[in-house]
Design a protein around this ligand. Sequence first.
Ligand code: SF4
Length: 490
Amino acid sequence: MAKTFDVGIESLGSNGASQAAAQQAVGRQPAAGGLLPLPLRGATGGDGAVTPAASAGKSFFLETFGCQMNDHDSEKVAGVLQGRGYRAVESPAQADLVLYNTCSIREKAAQKVFARLGDWKTLADGKIIGVLGCLAQQEGEEIFERAPWVSLVCGSASYRKLPELIARLESGGRRVTGLDLDTDQTFETEITRRDNLLRAYITIIEGCDYACSYCVVPHTRGPERSRASDAVQAEARRLADAGYTEIQLLGQTVNSYRDPSPRGWKFVELLRAVAAVPGIRRVRFTTSHPNDFHREIVDAIDEVPELCDHVHLPVQSGSTRVLREMLRTYTREEYLQKIAWIRAAQRPISITSDIIVGFPGETEADFAETLSLLDAAQYDAIFSFKYSPRPNTSAMHMPDAIPEEEKSRRLAVLNERQRAIQIAANEKLVGQSYEVLVDGCHPARTQWGGRTSCNRLINFTSPHVNLLGEYVQVKVTRAGPNSFAGEHVT
Ligand code: SF4
């Protein structure tokens, strides 16, 4: 990768070419080039049972924008709806209830949602149209002004109220909102629909207590709330019982986790406990804030084989001066110290990052420091973005905006530098073998795709059939900047 969900989560939902490359290489949901995605799995309920979609009269369609946090929130929202007897349908035209789970991290993402809403101007008749997520929180009741056919507006910090809001709509309510930010609870559901056959998400912390000057998340997702460790462990055990072997722990700042129960576990203690759940073979986590990234996390990765060899550690800028303006709370040197810990680990750990170019006042010298940081960090991939001013952020009115063309130029230079780093690094992996969890196939070409522990994407050939969901050894035969080709070692 050159988001989803912090892709990760900090880089929620940009749509640039580098983003596509990023997702391809070390990214989010499997998007192996030309490979078939996985089918839906169903739903995991509180008792661990796999529950088929309900078939009562009403139906819903839910489209998700943005990061992995949104993907997983949508799985939970779908679970709430299925628990109420709704069934999922493939197209909004077939649905009684149409929901958009939105992202507002960049202006483009917000525009896309309003375009979708516009489609319903003359067609909404009889349907309930709802807006969830960050844009709902950001725009609030103004959405009703811009799109009067919308009936439900609910920000992610209020999702625990969703069942009640939907019940009000079902009993004839015309417009309902959930826009509180003062909740101290997390969004727990009886049933969660699981959209990925192999990788299950568990949100361990919601909201954010940082205040990065470019970021809407503290406004849209509210203050930080961690889930009790026993609830997280219980969910991990249910997922293992349902057949999952890979878990991804999610949070905007996942490593800021603080167990609210009397145990008072830190993130690393929870990480080790989830990795110890019988049946779980891989544990990932995203996104880490550099300020809360301590050496003990690297020690845990070294000691616990189930913890994946990958850390996503967004830096955003290589210039300490810009980092200060961004309110990132660390310097270039402090960040590079953390990279040094990871690089000194006993097993190779891939490192990915998020970078913003064109922050207000970013000089050529600042940008040169970002380029030199790429050389120093030797990332396996980056998610790169042009700065985009957002409402309700302190950077919104900062002076010295960088012209759009200059931002584009810097983005291209940045991606070119990173591409060269990836080409050189990936070439060295040719001939090596990796364990791959197979998550896609191209039946016509007997080609398979999967991810290594370090989240590299390898497309490979195999004489075997029915490999989906299997862990296999694959030897790398060719390397590109964003992905690899290989052959099954049988
Ligand atoms: S405020 Fe900063 S730390 Fe919090 S989600 Fe936004 S970018 Fe991440």
